[in-house]
Ligand binder design. Structure first.
Ligand code: TXA
Ligand code: MG
Length: 338
């Protein structure tokens, strides 16, 4: 409802609890329809990754450009190895962190079985595929279906990622038939994406698994692309995760009409029109969990801007700062980000 025009007339979007909704979700997914599904990171908009029409329905509902490939979600390592060819390091990382907030970009398998052949539309023409085993119902659905599920975050392209079922419905209501309600996403930011770029193990997107934890298991430092090269994941466009209000990061003062997104025990002095604290105790894990829902809540008050206090670059702070920088970046015309 917030961005983009509806091409078809609106459909009814139902929010249903997990235990009642799983069978219907499975039936819809099997029929090539997209469904909003909770994961530990954020809510995803899932569809059968092997069915081109189903994948197209994701792009259509989100208003997402088709050059931005999708993460495919699997029920475990065996399904992943049918789709892609992990090297030793990728295998170790999957064994250590799946199910969990880690996405691995790997070369496509040469001859995947039919039921695991990811449709080229989900790959945006790449010879690599981004795979993740999430925690919770999305992996269960992939397991019951026997096929991988493509799922970007369940928001209109360029907007904030949803961490509740009602946030999904607020953004995509009228465009999708069903949202499974699994409560608030415990991690709160999207998965960390790792891939190989020129042979180097590379942090393509900081996310819900701290890079330091990955480096310990990989036994190597992750390469972190800088500047323009940072758009190594095609979806990593400069402006993204944008609320309607302007976002001012690294704020050390408050200006008239601003809302304050605080961090730590000492919020900035002044009179914000509203204030929420990412983490009063200065914990980046708690801050990640609150990031998108707090931005969304402050945005609803329509402040002149959202001033955000500095967040340290350590642990999940790396992902939080990445999202905040994109939320604060100059905005392109709508419909050009994922
Ligand atoms: O936590 C998450 O990762 C959530 C949940 C639903 O799993 N999903 C998510 O998907 O954040 P999405 O589509 O919003 O972000 C996927 C990112 C994009 O930046 C995309 O460009 C990148 O993954 N990506 C997908 N396939 C890729 C590939 N083969 N090579 C490099 N980047 C890829
Ligand atoms: Mg997204």
């Amino acid at each position: 409802m917030k961005t983009g025009a509806l091409k078809t007339s609106a459909i009814e979007t139902r929010i249903v609890g997990l235990s009642e909704g799983m069978a219907e979700a499975l039936r819809l997914l099997d029929a090539g329809r997209p469904v909003g599904v909770p994961t530990e990171t954020v809510y995803g908009l899932a569809a059968d990754a092997t069915n081109g029409d189903a994948v197209a329905a994701i792009y259509e509902a989100k208003g997402r450009p088709a050059f931005n490939p999708l993460i495919c979600h699997v029920d475990g390592l065996a399904m992943a190895q049918g789709i892609a060819t992990p090297d030793d390091t990728m295998l170790r990382l999957a064994e250590a962190f799946w199910p969990g907030p880690l996405t691995l970009v790997m070369p496509l398998a040469l001859n995947p079985p039919m039921h695991l052949a990811v449709h080229p539309l989900a790959l945006a023409g790449l010879k690599t595929v981004a795979l993740r085993q999430p925690l919770g119902p999305l992996a269960k659905l992939a397991h019951r279906l026997g096929r991988p599920l493509a799922a970007p975050s369940a928001n209109p392209s360029g907007g904030l990622s949803p961490t509740t079922a009602s946030a999904v419905a607020a953004g995509l209501g009228g465009r999708i038939p069903l949202v499974l309600d699994g409560g608030a996403s415990p991690v709160g930011v999207e998965s960390t994406i790792i891939g190989r770029v020129d042979g180097r193990l590379t942090l393509l997107r900081p996310g819900g698994l701290a890079a330091e934890a990955i480096e310990r298991v990989a036994g190597a430092r992750l390469f972190r692309p800088a500047g323009e090269a940072a758009i190594a994941a095609p979806g990593m466009l400069a402006s993204h995760y944008a609320p309607r209000a302007a976002v001012r990061i690294d704020a050390h003062d408050l200006r008239p009409g601003e809302a304050l997104l605080a961090f730590g025990p000492h919020p900035l002095e002044g009179r914000p029109v509203a204030m929420l604290n990412l983490s009063e105790k200065g914990d980046t894990v708690e801050a990640a969990r609150n990031l998108f829902s707090h931005l969304q809540a402050l945005d609803e008050i329509a402040p002149s801007a959202i001033a955000v206090m500095p967040v340290p670059e350590t642990g999940l702070g790396e992902a939080i700062n990445d999202r905040l920088r994109r939320a604060a970046a100059p905005r392109p015309p709508s419909g050009t980000t994922g």
